[in-house]
Design a binder for this molecule. Structure first.
Ligand SMILES: Cc1cc2nc3c(=O)[nH]c(=O)nc-3n(C[C@H](O)[C@H](O)[C@H](O)COP(=O)(O)O)c2cc1C
Length: 225
């Protein structure tokens, strides 16, 4: 059984592995007006150990609930079914009834995901409309609970960088095979697509550094006779 401990927000949050400027994928749980729970996958970006930002579509129930309740729980899990079912609530996939996913949070009036590796109970301190579609929400972290010192954090930058590295290894293997030249071009386009997203979700990070180096290596390989 994993030990449950209350991490000190001020000192410990950055030690959980969060990197600055990187967007991490979470499940944001909020209370509906009738007090039933709502959950949706949302990207979060830490500003520092106390504050974080979300960018949320105005059409979402999550934003409406945040405006009413001014609080939420940011839950981190690696359970992909929870991501899928909270994004597409009408799916008929069996098991895991959403109603049983939650317990009441301790410090804010919001539901908390039972199975989360790490939860941040937050209060909303600011809403800033970005355009006609999205609003930037700034939250203060009121309380942190983690199941371990090394909770699993999901970042698209990490998986897309790994995907690009895999494409890179294929390009290297195919370099001297004339029949594979079209495939090489397609792989390079895929690496380009991965890089576009990584630059958006993790600018100036170890991920962009790796992808830029990979691009340089591929250029060098292709210049060799
Ligand atoms: C991994 C992942 C990350 C997402 N991030 C965001 C986000 O940052 N902002 C947003 O508005 N929607 C995001 N979405 C889409 C919402 O989760 C989705 O539209 C959801 O149905 C909204 O639910 P709600 O209406 O209950 O809030 C994301 C979806 C996934 C799968």
């Amino acid at each position: 059984m994993t030990a449950r401990f209350q991490a000190d927000v001020k000192e410990k949050l950055s030690e959980f592995g969060f990197k600055k400027a990187v967007i991490y994928e979470s499940i944001v749980s909020t209370s509906n007006p009738d007090k039933t729970p709502n959950a949706a996958p949302m990207g979060i970006k830490l500003i520092d150990d106390k504050y974080l930002n979300l960018t949320i579509f105005n059409s979402s129930t999550t934003l409406q609930n945040l405006k009413t309740q001014k609080c939420a729980v940011i839950n981190f899990t690696d359970d992909i079914e929870i991501f899928y079912k909270s994004a597409f609530k009408k799916t008929k996939l069996p098991n895991k009834n959403m109603a049983h996913w939650f317990v009441q949070a301790e410090f804010v009036e919001a539901p908390k995901l039972r199975v989360a590796n790490l939860t941040l109970e937050v209060s909303v301190i600011d809403f800033k409309p970005l355009d006609t579609e999205k609003t930037k929400v700034t939250c203060k972290i009121e309380h942190t609970t983690s199941q371990s010192m090394h909770p699993q954090l999901y970042s698209r930058a990490a998986t897309l960088t790994l995907e690009a590295v895999i494409h890179g290894t294929r390009i290297e293997t195919y370099l001297n095979k004339p029949q594979k030249q079209t495939e090489i071009i397609q792989l390079m386009e895929k690496i380009h697509d991965c890089t576009d997203v990584v630059e958006r979700v993790a600018p100036n990070s170890i991920y962009t550094t790796i992808l830029s180096d990979l691009q340089k290596q591929i250029t060098l390989w292709r210049q060799k006779p």
